[in-house]
Design a protein around this ligand. Structure first.
Ligand code: ADP
Ligand code: MG
Length: 190
């Protein structure tokens, strides 16, 4: 079968922290598994939050994954039966992920990439903007602003250290020691 017949495509899931990007990635992986598609889930070695060998959402949804140090290592992990490749925390992989994801989609793989579209100071976060530009589908998610409950397209550093979190847990920090909070446009500046 040629790549074209297999229907390769690139799907991007983007947004700030806590937007549900990993939940959506895991949902698509589960659907592919129900359909008996060959699935490969890849994480970056720098992403230590979920623990080794798994991708996990803040709400506890998880799937087994392989970890790599660079985008260039991903193609070697695919087998002839890999029909869906899911990559979480795309921002860790840098610009090289754009060519790797494009080449695999061209070769017939459904490539689903989730990652942060903004930095903590509200700027576009590479390579998500470039991936969004060349994708068949883009799902842009928002979190809930921890100040007012509006749609949050941003996240900010809350200033809390992991030690502070242990002493006084902050709303929006679910089971983690991240010092970030989701914020709407109005509340991203303090
Ligand atoms: P992401 O991968 O985008 O960081 P996850 O999929 O890991 O997000 O987690 C999404 C979950 O995080 C939500 O379903 C909810 O349970 C939890 N959560 C915690 N804080 C927030 C928030 N401020 N806004 C939305 N969801 C939040
Ligand atoms: Mg995530």
């Amino acid at each position: 079968m040629t790549g074209d017949e297999r229907g390769g495509r690139l799907e991007v899931i983007a947004g700030p922290m806590f937007a549900g990007k990993t939940e959506e990635l895991v949902r698509r992986v589960h659907r592919a598994q129900v359909a008996r598609r060959g699935v490969l889930v890849v994480a970056h070695e720098l992403d230590t939050r979920s623990g080794p060998g798994r991708v996990a959402s803040h709400s506890g949804l998880a799937v087994p994954s392989r970890s790599v140090r660079a985008a260039a290592e991903i193609p070697a992990l695919l087998t002839a039966g890999t029909e869906l490749l899911a990559v979480d925390e795309a921002q860790f992989f840098g610009p090289d992920l754009v060519d790797v994801a494009t080449e695999l989609a061209d070769a017939g793989v459904v490539v689903v990439v989730a990652g942060l579209s903004v930095t903590f100071d509200g700027r576009p976060f590479a390579p998500l903007p470039a991936l969004m530009a060349v994708a068949e589908s883009v799902t842009k998610l928002t979190a809930v602003c921890t100040v007012c409950g509006r749609d949050a397209a941003f996240h900010v550093r809350s200033g809390a250290t992991p030690a502070d979190d242990a002493l006084a847990p902050t709303p929006g920090h679910v089971g983690g020691s991240e010092s970030y909070e989701a914020r709407c446009r109005r509340h991203r500046a303090g």
